[in-house]
Design a binder for this molecule. Structure first.
Ligand code: SF4
Length: 346
């Protein structure tokens, strides 16, 4: 890894509805390093997909308000780009894979032609060269009989194969950044593992940085080097994978870890869901966004937003439990993922 390829600073995004303003992303900052996979994790409605779409300028223009912030790529703020400038970036420099492959594929166009389209748009190559390259790409992502499948339509592929096609299109022009928004959520577990392996392999070959949006920590463990945990439009904890899985400090991260199936546990070990539901982001108050669901909530949590505490060069958390006046709260000894408890001695 070397250098920052994308840097998001103090990004705040709202949506206007007929009688509300929804504060979907509330002042987030993070960086993506060259060649790394950064996972953005959180429940649905946490703002992770909105963040991803804002980087591609795919949010509905009429209802979206970018209140402030910047998304800097190669020294330029993408938020200032015109639609035409963005066209040159999308697919060539930054690509996106969505949960549902049919969102990206045209059901009425042959798959080969769809792969060729992106290539011809961004590269000065002949139709013949684009055909050859598209065929190679389909073979590369594991589509059997790639030559024949070039002339098949998306509905003739299984869900997993369609997602492979989408990945082929996304990586066709060797983008610097691939944003993958729940890329395997709609697929069954075996296919899920194959697609994740494929993405990892291709990342090595193409040297792309991946921003992986997911609600699934098992996917994170398999794919990412760093993790940002989002809740109610804010990043509440960020760290390298080991810090998040073994040294997490935010009660919401503990909750996510406790609700994740663990490989080493045998039998029917019940998963512990996070109680309560995410807050109504049209009515956010001061204070910690997790306060209503947090087992360790204190008075200060309702009144003031916790600042970030830096725990290492790579690990930071926004929680009042890091204040030196707070009770000591930590992981139960021997439990490596999930679950905080209050130390009774404090
Ligand atoms: Fe819980 Fe308070 Fe920490 Fe928020 S700041 S996560 S409410 S302890």
């Amino acid at each position: 890894m070397s250098g920052t390829i994308l840097s998001v600073h103090d990004l705040e995004i709202s949506f206007r509805t007929h009688n509300h303003v929804i504060h979907a992303v509330r002042g987030i900052s993070f960086v993506l390093q060259e060649g790394e996979t950064l996972a953005i994790v959180g429940e649905s409605g946490s703002g992770k997909s909105v963040t991803a779409k804002s980087m591609m300028k795919l949010l509905p223009k009429r209802s979206t308000l970018i209140n402030h912030g910047s998304i800097v790529y190669k020294g330029q703020d993408l938020l200032q780009y015109t639609a035409r400038e963005m066209e040159k970036i999308r697919g060539k420099e930054i690509s996106m894979v969505f949960q549902d492959p049919m969102t990206s594929l045209n059901p009425t166009m042959k798959v080969g032609k769809q792969v060729m389209e992106g290539l011809r748009k961004h590269q000065q190559i002949s139709k013949r060269q684009a055909y050859e390259r598209a065929r190679e790409l389909l073979a590369l992502v594991g589509i059997p009989n790639a030559t024949e499948r070039m002339s098949a339509f998306p509905h003739e592929f299984s869900g997993g194969m369609r997602q492979r096609v989408v990945i082929a299109i996304a990586l066709a022009c060797h983008p610097k950044i691939l944003i993958a928004d729940e890329p395997t959520t709609a697929l069954d577990v075996t296919i899920q593992a194959q697609i994740l392996d494929l993405m990892k392999d291709l990342q090595q070959q193409v040297k792309t940085s991946i921003m992986l949006i997911t609600h699934d920590l098992a996917v994170v463990a398999n794919m990412a080097q760093r993790v940002a945990v989002m809740y109610a439009g804010e990043i509440v904890e960020t760290g390298v994978v080991n810090e998040i899985f073994y040294k997490a400090k935010h009660p919401y991260t503990w909750g996510l870890l406790q609700s994740m199936p663990k490989m080493h546990q045998k039998g029917n070990v019940p998963l512990i869901p996070i109680s309560g539901s995410p807050p109504d982001i049209s009515k956010m108050h001061e204070g910690c966004p997790f306060a209503a669901r947090c087992p360790y909530v204190m008075k200060v949590c309702h009144d003031y937003k916790p600042a970030y505490t830096t725990l290492s060069d790579t690990h930071s958390v926004a929680c009042w439990l890091q204040d030196k006046r707070a009770p000591t709260v930590g992981h139960p000894v021997g439990v490596t993922s999930g679950g905080g408890h209050v130390d009774e001695n404090h």
